[in-house]
Write a protein that binds this ligand. Sequence first.
Ligand code: OAD
Length: 228
Amino acid sequence: MKKLIVLTGAGMSAESGVKTFRDDDGLWQNHRFEDVASPIAWKNDPELVMEFYNQRRKQLFEVEPNPGHRALVLLEKKFDVRIITQNVDNLHERAGSSNVLHLHGELKKVRSTINPNLVYTMDQWELKMGDKCEKGSQLRPHIVWFGEAVDMIGPAVEIVSKADIVIVIGTSMVVYPAAGLINYVSDDVPKFYVDPKAFQVSGISNLKVIRKKAGVGVPELVDRLLSE
Ligand code: OAD
C-alpha cells in the first residue's frame, strides 16, 4: 500500500466551528499567545492559561467532524494513511482516522508539572487549580507552548520522509518546526495543498494548490485519489 501522509492545521477544523489562529477572527486576534500559551504565562497566571484551554476543551463537546475529516477516513481503503496534525482537537479521531500524530499536544489530555510522562485523559472539560497528578503536583494542559520543545517532530520527520503522496490542509505554514516537514518529502512525490488562502509556495516541486475550504476541497481530492 502506498503511504499517504496528511499534514493538517487549524483550517481543517474551521468548518466544524473551531477558530483558526491567524485568520481575521482567529484566536490570536483576541489573545496574545505570550499571555496564554507560554511557560512564562503559566508561571505568571496559571488560572488564565487554564481558563483559555478549558474553553477550548469545552468546545470539543459542542463540535463535530466536518466532511473534510470524514473524507480522509475513506482514504484508508486504498492507502496507508498517516495524519500529522498541528491541531489539539480530537476531530480526526472522532471522524474515524486510525493513525493520528499530534505535534502540538491534545486538549483532551493533561499532564503532571513535575513529570511530563504522567499524562492523563480528561473525560470532562474543566481543569482546575488543585487538580493534581499521582505525585501530588498540579496538572497542566498537555499542549506544546511557544518556547517548548516539539517532542513529536522526530517521529513526524520519519513518517513524512517515507511518503508516496502528501496532502497539506488548512495551515498557514508559519509555525516551525511543523512548517518545515514538507522539506523532508522527496521532490518526485505528488503534493496537494488545500487551503482557500494557500501561502505563497516556492521551491516545492510537484505541488498542486487547491484554493478551497477543507469541507469541499478534501472530499473532491479524496474522490479523485480513490478513483485513479
Ligand atoms: P493558522 O491560523 O496560522 O492558519 C490557518 C489556515 O487555515 C490559514 O492558511 C487559512 O487560510 C486556512 N483556512 C481557514 N479556513 C479554512 C477552511 N475552511 N478550510 C481550509 N483551510 C482553511 O493555523 P495553523 O497553521 O494551524 O500552535 O497554526 C499553526 C500553529 O500556530 C497552531 O498549531 C498553534 C498556533 O499558534 C500552538 O498553539 C502551539
